[in-house]
Design a protein around this ligand. Sequence first.
Ligand SMILES: NC(=O)c1ccc[n+]([C@@H]2O[C@H](COP(=O)([O-])OP(=O)(O)OC[C@H]3O[C@@H](n4cnc5c(N)ncnc54)[C@H](OP(=O)(O)O)[C@@H]3O)[C@@H](O)[C@H]2O)c1
Length: 333
Amino acid sequence: MIRVGVVGASGFMGGELVRLLLGHPYVQLTSVAGGSSAGKTLASIRPGFLGVRDLVIDSADPELLAGKCDLVFLALPHGESAVLAAQLLNRGVKVIDLGSDFRLKNPADVEKYYGRPAVHAELLDEAFYSLPELTGAVPEGTRLLASPGCFATGLNLVLALCDGLVESVDLFGITGSTGSGITPSAGVHHSLRSTNFVAYKALNHQHEGEVRQFLSGRGAGIDFRFVPHSAPLTRGIHLTTIARTPASALKARWETLYGGKPMMIRYDAPVALGSVVGTNLVAMGMVEQGDSTAITCAFDNLLKGGSGQAIQSMNLWLGFPETAGLPMIAAWP
Ligand SMILES: NC(=O)c1ccc[n+]([C@@H]2O[C@H](COP(=O)([O-])OP(=O)(O)OC[C@H]3O[C@@H](n4cnc5c(N)ncnc54)[C@H](OP(=O)(O)O)[C@@H]3O)[C@@H](O)[C@H]2O)c1
């Protein structure tokens, strides 16, 4: 059994990691760790654990974690992962970072998209950016995985599909409030969000950096513009784009890229968030009219956009079945 730990267990992403890893057939969860929550029980923060699992949150001490874990998931705010990741790697522990600290290769891009200097810039090149459907097997000798951002996951999957068929697309994204993490703010205040719908970071979302880097690394020529919106939803991401190309061409491309991939489902209709929330699936729908195809894409930001995808990557990395421990059927309603 591989011994795994989760740092940031009190947060939305870390909590989902804990929930899934406790049910994973090939790993043993040996530490849940955090910052200000250290010493508390996870059940005091996440009611779902109450009376089921009495996990006490460890401090995020590298020595303690290295003694308990072979692999550690870091689910920490931007800029908080790099130092701990380096300390864990130095102690022989594998690391999967769900934050942005190792997604970009060029330190100048970290400054550009996150407005802060890269910490442990020497690790940027080493980190393997893992989007399982498009990056496949994790290379031998990898020590550090960078998991894509939630919007970036959908953008990469849709843009890779369209690449070579159209020169450029505009995409419109919608996200739920859990995308902003557990700390309350005006943007996620229920009273303010539940009756509102608003675009933000128009043409300037920070995930553009990793998407442009990823596409150019694949030799893709497609350009894109992206406007995200914040919706009165708790979880889920929905993307829409219109590609000036027949659906038949996109469907043929789909078969090459995603045919047989366990998380990818194609519909000949617009997709609903409700069909994927609570799962690690990506639903993509294609509807043709005239010379154009409307592509819609939906997935759960906390699962396929974060914790589930990181576990999917771990499964590939450690040689487990790709779907092990991952929910594949949505709760409804
Ligand atoms: N939410 C999403 O949809 C999503 C999707 C993909 C990727 N991500 C990325 O995943 C990461 C976590 O996101 P999230 O939404 O789970 O955030 P979150 O809900 O704010 O949780 C972050 C947790 O990190 C802990 N923490 C903060 N600083 C720490 C430190 N120095 N040492 C130890 N623990 C510390 C906090 O726990 P304490 O209370 O113990 O301090 C907090 O609960 C972020 O980088 C985010 O960008 C999020």
